[in-house]
Design a binder for this molecule. Structure first.
Ligand SMILES: [Mn+2]
Length: 313
């Protein structure tokens, strides 16, 4: 980790990038690092670029307005690129075009991470945001309230508000230190979770009333075709959280949510309650993530995907 400090100090221009369809963790980790680096190294040019827009339930974080799109930064040359929360280099989408010949640091917590960086800081920990807290300490960067709120939201995002198996003693320690500098737990949780759109509530209702349970595999699944999304003006953000709801059923050990994409492919999300390794199952389709939470994209039909998943359970 000390090598990161040397690299940052030596670089005149630094690019931070997170994954497509940004979530609270990629934004939280990237934003806290951006704010910290800007404060410590005002002479350096530092950009945080994301291919896609930050969802509204995250964009209330102070500093979010500094996040740039890929077009705004095209043509810029960076000496150092720091990837956050991205298991593969392709997860950053079009932002990959900005990397060029730069030295690459990969900061992540996905066990499926392909170690594509020149330096890889990949830890099995709740969130990249939790990891970023330690990195900022190593960089001797003081954590301000704005940075703390970003990190806190990232942790809340990836732990399902401190409910998942990835929560450790350190997760609570970090959360506690963040509260000590003034982070308001209840405010972050309310602004992040209790701000759902009507479309999102309706999609959840549809999922809960039409989901299918496969008794002998203890799997609950739901497929939402693209035609439905288009016809009802539903954003991809509106389908967040469906897969977590499907596993809430007492009988569910595994949940699968499939969503049609505009390009005809299907995006799959998997969750596991106890022992099933869904990172392995996502791997069959070229995806991955964590043992209890994984995802993939496939060209197969929904029926073929469901069949394959069931065969491998
Ligand atoms: Mn994450």
């Amino acid at each position: 980790m000390n090598k990161i400090k040397e690299k940052i100090e030596a670089a005149g221009s630094i690019l931070l990038i997170g994954h497509v369809n940004p979530d609270g963790d990629t934004v939280g980790a990237g934003l806290s690092l951006l704010l910290g680096l800007e404060k410590k190294y005002p002479e350096k040019r530092i950009d945080f670029v994301l291919q896609d827009k930050v969802p509204t339930n995250i964009s209330f974080l102070k500093g979010c307005e500094k996040i740039k799109g890929v077009e705004e930064s095209l043509g810029e040359i960076y000496e150092l690129v720091i990837f956050v929360d991205s298991a593969t280099i392709d997860r950053v989408g079009k932002a990959k075009d900005l990397v060029g010949e730069a030295f690459k640091i990969n900061i992540d917590h996905h066990i499926s991470n392909s170690n594509y960086g020149d330096i890889n800081i990949v830890r099995d920990i709740s969130s990249t945001s939790e990891l970023m807290y330690s990195i900022l300490e190593i960089l001797d960067i003081e954590i301000t309230l704005e940075m703390g709120e970003a990190i806190y939201l990232g942790i809340v995002n990836d732990t399902g508000n401190f409910a998942h198996s990835n929560v450790s003693e350190n997760t609570f320690k970090v959360a506690s230190k963040l509260m000590k500098i003034g982070v308001n737990n209840n405010k972050i949780v309310n602004d992040f979770f209790k701000t759902k759109s009507l479309e999102r509530m309706r999609v959840l209702g549809k999922a809960l009333s039409e989901m299918v349970f496969i008794e002998n595999k203890k799997m609950m699944y739901f497929y939402l075709p693209y035609e439905y999304l288009e016809k009802n003006n539903i954003d991809r953000d509106d389908t967040e959280g469906v897969v977590e709801e499907l596993i809430n059923y007492a009988g569910s050990e595994v949940s699968l949510f499939l969503r049609g994409e505009p390009n005809g492919k299907i995006k799959g999300s998997l969750r596991s309650k106890h022992d099933v390794d869904v990172n392995k199952i996502a791997g069959i389709f070229g995806g991955g993530g964590h043992i209890k939470a994984s995802g993939f994209t496939s060209e197969l039909s929904a029926n073929e995907i469901i069949k394959k998943v069931v065969e491998n359970l």
